[in-house]
Design a protein around this ligand. Structure first.
Ligand code: CTP
Ligand code: MG
Length: 543
């Protein structure tokens, strides 16, 4: 029994209402099998988006009877699903069976008025529920946990090792709902727009607490004009023109930023970051606790999310290894939530994919081979970049490789501990090293915009830190193979040892001093993680 497999089997609510088929390559058990989606990315996105449009967010009084709450809301229409969560107050996410119910709920809702302030009469799907009689309720509802940090005992582990917790079904629903609420606001200007989540919220590599990347898709509006209309005329909208796509993006985001700032219920700390390579509006959505990045004209990033979704679905070892590597990186402060010269989770994910393409036999196919498998429907060119690859998961053959996760983790560290970063770039399109086109310390080619380096921000010293830690970790795992200590010994071992932040006295491989207290803490927390995870993560009153 070694803890590595247990920790790799990250906790998370098992989503019960997602359809999933059997996993094709069941040869290596990772604990990630039950979360593997088998549907097309677009099907999954459309279904969840439609669900979110029938859903409302309600801030509730602290003490509320669930039955009375549901009875009250059922007046507006039948309810399909609901759950409560806590985030600086009690909130309910309620999904109606029909979209029309939202209109009746809004019609039965009034805009509050206070003596001191004036409310901007903006009608959204985010409500505040009040008790008519303050003293009448005593019972409390059970709520699910949306925040990565809380005072729960289990979360001490997060503070220590920043263990990665997969997104739960409820958290995913809340992410789609938040996008849908923002879409309502953007729809005031662009009635047919779609706000789609992308990045780690949807690529199956997200964890609780990751940011919510949103993309304002205006192409739906543009595509409407593609309908064939008979007659001798062509009708066009009268529009304003600007010199470039970038300026158009900046103007749209600038106005939406103002709109969110002034009218958006629960949207705080709005920052317009319009001069970035990819202009964005950053804000916090207080009720959900999500840090949101809203972009537009960013379809390629959505396509990368779809590609990662496919890679994550092909073999359960992919996500298990990505989660482990990110957990390791976080524990050693190689990654950070503050932007800077650090390696990002996105870059680490690409490195894992590349590494898995390099195994023999390969665990993952190259992007070029996914392109070869594509059919006419998969053809996709965005801004001159070829983004064609197969979308139907059943057309990709499962890998013949049966290597265990432990071996892969060790080999990952070995591989990147010895990678010629000074000469070569990482390229998941071809699945082999290429000569670096410029002198960036770390060069990971953007799979679709092939002239871009996704890790351009990484400094030489951060790369060196990564390489040193990878070597050290490979060495620790190697030691374990030759001389496996027993559980009762004080030396750190397995993934636990890799998660321990390097103590100042761990300068050389030979001078490693173990910290008994820290090891005991991690061991205890791992035990509590095992024991508590079902309790803590499946708590929800949703059906
Ligand atoms: N992206 C990109 N090139 C970059 C950075 C980001 O194409 N240099 C795209 C990727 O599709 C990425 C998305 O933007 O998934 C969101 O970026 P980010 O939030 O940094 O990464 P996530 O994958 O969402 O991971 P995290 O959990 O750290 O947010
Ligand atoms: Mg993100």
């Amino acid at each position: 029994q070694r803890p590595i497999v247990r920790l790799l089997s990250c906790p998370g609510t098992v989503a019960k209402d997602l359809r999933r088929d059997e996993q094709p390559s069941g040869s290596v058990e990772t604990g990630f099998e039950d979360k593997i989606p088998k549907r097309r990315f677009s099907e999954m996105q459309n279904e969840r988006r439609e669900q979110a449009q029938r859903t409302v967010l309600i801030h509730c009084p602290e003490k509320i009877s669930e039955n009375k709450f549901l009875k009250y809301l059922s007046q507006f229409g039948p309810i399909n699903n609901h759950f409560f969560y806590e985030s600086f107050g009690l909130y309910a996410v309620v999904e109606f069976c029909q979209k029309e119910s939202i209109g009746s709920l809004q019609n039965g809702t009034h805009t509050p008025s206070t003596a001191m302030e004036t409310a901007i009469p903006f009608r959204s799907r985010f409500f505040n529920l009040k008790l008519k009689n303050q003293t009448s309720e005593r019972s409390r509802v059970r709520s699910s946990n949306q925040l990565p940090r809380s005072n729960k005992q289990l979360f001490e582990l997060l503070c220590y090792a920043e263990s990665e917790f997969q997104l739960t079904e409820e958290n995913t629903k809340l992410r789609y709902l938040t996008c849908s609420l923002i879409e309502d606001m953007a729809a005031a200007y662009f009635p047919d727009c779609i706000v789609r989540p992308f990045g780690s919220s949807v690529n199956t590599f997200g964890k609780l607490g990751c940011d919510l990347d949103m993309f304002l898709d205006l192409d739906e509006t543009r595509n409407l004009s593609a309908h064939k209309i008979s007659g001798n005329f062509l009708m066009e909208f009268q529009v304003k023109n600007v010199p470039s796509e970038r300026i158009a993006t900046q103007k749209i985001l600038s106005v939406l930023g103002e709109c969110l700032d002034h009218f958006g219920p629960g949207c705080v700390g709005v920052q317009k970051i319009l001069n970035a390579r990819c202009p964005l509006v950053r804000f916090s959505h207080q009720a959900s606790g999500f840090q949101c990045d809203l972009t537009t004209n960013n379809r390629i990033a959505l396509t990368s999310s779809e590609l990662l979704y496919i890679y994550g679905a092909l073999d359960s070892r992919v996500r298990a290894l990505v989660f482990s590597v990110r957990c390791w990186a976080r524990a050693h402060s190689l990654t950070s939530s503050i932007p800077g010269a650090w390696i990002t989770n996105f870059s680490l994910t690409m490195m894992v994919i590349f590494f898995l393409q390099r195994r023999s036999p390969p665990i993952l196919p190259t992007l070029d081979s996914l392109k070869t498998l594509a059919d006419a429907e998969d053809k996709c060119v965005i801004e001159g970049n070829n983004c064609t690859f197969v979308r139907d998961l059943s057309r990709i053959k499962p890998s013949q490789n049966t290597e265990t996760l432990e071996l892969l983790l060790k080999e990952f560290f070995e591989y990147f501990g010895n990678f010629a970063f000074d000469k070569n770039s990482i390229n998941i399109r071809q699945g082999r090293e290429q000569n670096k086109p410029d002198s960036s310390p770390l060069y990971i080619q953007n799979p679709f915009e092939t002239s871009l380096n996704i890790s351009k921000n990484v400094s030489q010293s951060q790369l060196q830190k990564f390489v040193d830690l990878a070597r050290e970790s490979a060495w620790i795992l190697q030691q374990e193979d030759t001389d496996r200590p027993s559980i009762s010994s004080n030396r750190p071992w397995g993934l636990v040892s890799l998660l321990l932040p390097s103590a100042p006295n761990r300068k050389s491989f030979t001078k490693k001093k173990s910290n008994k207290f820290a090891i005991e803490t991690v061991k205890n927390l791992l035990e509590s993680l095992k024991g508590n995870r079902t309790e803590n993560f499946t708590k929800t009153s949703g059906k």
